[in-house]
Write a protein that binds this ligand. Structure first.
Ligand code: F0G
Length: 464
């Protein structure tokens, strides 16, 4: 099967191909990003998406149980016996009318795709199982990533659960939440805290991986994105194979948006869907490179020749001004998204737009998501904050159907949540106030009561 899958430069005018087993993840001819590509006409592709329902009856087969690998016919780069799964992708696409009402949508039209249910608590496991499988196929013994926390947690648990590889994680000092740092440490990853932020760590990990021949699992790795395509397949599955009008997704390194665009492009090419949803990519206002380039400077994929001058010019401006990403949504605190060209391509193929939301908007949306029954971390809530903004602008109609991706679990970053709901002004100021958040509109404050039965009973009668 392997020779029917290979790697290919994403730029059509270059089109260089690279062996499936190559681990440099860079086009040798033009330096561009790579895709995993397939000889679809020689592969057994299902005729309809309903075909995947047959997997549900086979849940004691680990590959059919996995919410990623049960769709493996749509990313057939690994023979079954090489695939490594830890049961990832058992996630949920929930109709969310309360959240929809907050965003201004009509009942029944808002869904939340909750990726916090993955083994490491974030969407990263969808891609990690795929990259990890490829790593094993290539004979790797060590794998590395730079991370704002979730990638490192995911890599650490795959290494710990399989004992097949040693995890080396690079994190920016002081830029990682305790929830995520605790996972890297607990699951026994070699954890390097480098003086700098995520953008610095990502540059370093690429250098070091090249020098030491360590397998890189950041989303520059195209196999990660193959696994992440399954998030969209599960969305379609949950919607009875109907394509929604919009997918709304937070944008950090732009791996998800790129993977989603590739998934829908392939499904269209294979005749498995008739139209693609539009994709709305939501940046944090403090880390809004993609918003600036796409919406303000009009940079487009342009059939594989995006305006490199504008992109380089913006990166130079960031360097010259020493402008660092700065948002409470630490997971998307990224100013140099590595998958930028692939995300441009996704927007060209599917249509859509890019928006930015403030920390306050994300935290308010997060509280509404929580009150509706699903808990996510601040970066994830960018999707719902973005939906609200786009409905207000009239870009998304309340009559359309939108799926917001909740990328990770609430308990990934409890500090921001507790500070938001805190009755103690100092706690609020220390965590949120000093980062520019002025108010918590939907705070659910703890009620202080003396240790007396009467007072407790009275408090409950008054407040509940
Ligand atoms: N949401 C969460 C919770 C994340 O952890 C990340 C990325 C994103 C969104 C952004 O996703 O890169 O696909 O646009 N976290 C990375 C990490 C960078 O290291 O864990 P993207």
């Amino acid at each position: 099967m392997a020779e029917l899958a290979y790697q290919r430069c994403i730029h059509p005018h270059c089109g260089a191909t690279v062996d499936l087993m190559d681990t440099s993840f860079q086009c040798p001819k033009c330096g561009g990003l790579l895709d995993v590509a397939y000889e679809w006409d020689k592969l057994p592709v299902p005729k309809t998406l309903k075909h995947f329902e047959s997997k549900w009856a086979n849940r004691n087969h680990p590959l059919d149980f996995s919410g990623v690998w049960r769709f493996r016919e749509l990313f057939p780069f690994a023979p079954d016996e090489k695939i490594l799964t830890i049961g990832e992708g058992q996630t949920l696409c929930q109709r969310a009318d309360l959240v929809g009402q907050y965003a201004g949508m009509k009942p029944g039209n808002t869904y939340l795709q909750y990726e916090g249910m993955n083994p490491s608590g974030s969407f990263k496991d969808n891609g990690m199982t795929a990259a990890f499988t490829h790593a094993i196929m290539t004979g790797a013994r060590r794998a590395a990533c730079a991370s704002t926390g979730n990638t490192s947690a995911s890599l650490a648990i795959y290494c710990a659960a399989t004992q097949k590889m040693r995890a080396v994680v690079f994190i920016g000092s002081g830029k990682i939440s305790y929830g995520k740092l605790s996972q890297a440490l607990e699951h026994n990853a070699l954890t390097l805290q480098i003086a700098g932020d995520f953008d610095d760590a990502l540059r370093r990990v690429q250098e070091v991986s090249r020098q030491l021949g360590i397998y890189l699992v950041n989303s520059i790795n195209p196999f990660r994105l193959e696994g992440q395509k399954s998030v969209m397949l599960r969305v379609l599955e949950a919607l009875n194979w109907e394509v929604p009008d919009w997918i709304v997704v937070p944008g950090g390194n732009l791996g998800n948006s790129s993977a989603f665009g590739k998934a829908f492009t392939e499904l269209l090419e294979l005749g498995l869907i008739k139209k693609a949803p539009k994709i709305a990519i939501i940046n944090a206002a403090g880390a809004d490179t993609f918003y600036q380039l796409y919406e303000k400077q009009g940079v487009r994929w342009n059939a594989g020749r995006p305006d490199g001058g504008k992109i380089d010019g913006y990166m130079k401006y960031l360097d010259d001004a020493d402008k660092r990403a700065d948002t409470l949504a630490s997971a998307i605190e990224i100013n140099r998204p590595v998958n930028l060209p692939k995300a441009l391509r996704a927007l060209e193929r599917c249509g859509g737009c890019v928006r930015e939301v403030t920390d306050t908007e994300m935290l308010d949306a997060k509280a509404k998501i929580g009150a509706g029954g699903l808990g996510c971390e601040p970066a994830s809530a960018a999707s719902v904050a973005g939906l609200l903004k786009l409905v207000r602008e009239g870009v998304i109609s309340p009559d359309e159907r939108a799926v917001c991706i909740l990328t990770a679990h609430l308990l990934k970053d409890p500090t921001a949540t507790v500070a938001y709901h805190s009755a103690d002004q100092k706690t609020f100021d220390d965590v949120l106030g000093k980062r520019g958040v002025k108010r918590a509109s939907f705070a659910n404050r703890a009620v202080q009561v003396p240790n007396q039965l009467d007072a407790i009973v009275q408090a409950i009668e008054v407040y509940a």
